[in-house]
Design a protein around this ligand. Sequence first.
Ligand code: FHF
Ligand code: ZN
Length: 183
Amino acid sequence: LLTMKDIVRDPAPILRKKAAEVSEIDEETISQLKSMREYLKNSQNEEIAEKYKLRSGVGLAAPQIGLDKRMLAVYIENTEGEVEYDYMLINPKVKSHSVAETYMPSGEGCLSVDENIEGLVHRYKRIRITATTIDGKQLELKAKGMLAVVLQHEIDHLDGIMFYDRIDKDFPNDPKIGAEPLE
Ligand code: FHF
Ligand code: ZN
């Protein structure tokens, strides 16, 4: 079971390198991805999160648990507690994106960053990505809203980019012209 002690913290060098492509989907890779998904699921379960002191997360990238692999998990429940998005993706690639941008009005946080960093993180409003699933199937995914934001945060981790790199140094709280807040 993954807990916060398994989460690599900034400024660990692995968070700053481009992760390696996954060349073969072996049993170890599948089990690592399943543990990543399980962390997210557990972290959103009040009792389990409390018991193991898990910070709640909706996405996790392999470098955040010390793995040099291009893979990520996203697990998001809605306010009713129903599963809204549930993905384990290998070698995800952004194929295209909107010109329009969005941002989370309260900013972003990261499991690998212990302090709160204020400022808006602009993201593309819509993205189209391809990836491989643990069954070896090729997937094309069109994402918008919260899912698009989380996927961009995770894919950034695979490229060594942290959310605060994208905060404007001079005007951290100013939305860019035309950018819309995520509802
Ligand atoms: C989170 N947590 O998941 C944040 C951090 C925008 O690379 O957003 O560092 F659990 C991955 C409902 C609403 C339920 C919010 C992407 C953020 C990715 C994890 N929690 C939540 C929830 C959350 C990071 N991460 C603040 C930990
Ligand atoms: Zn993160």
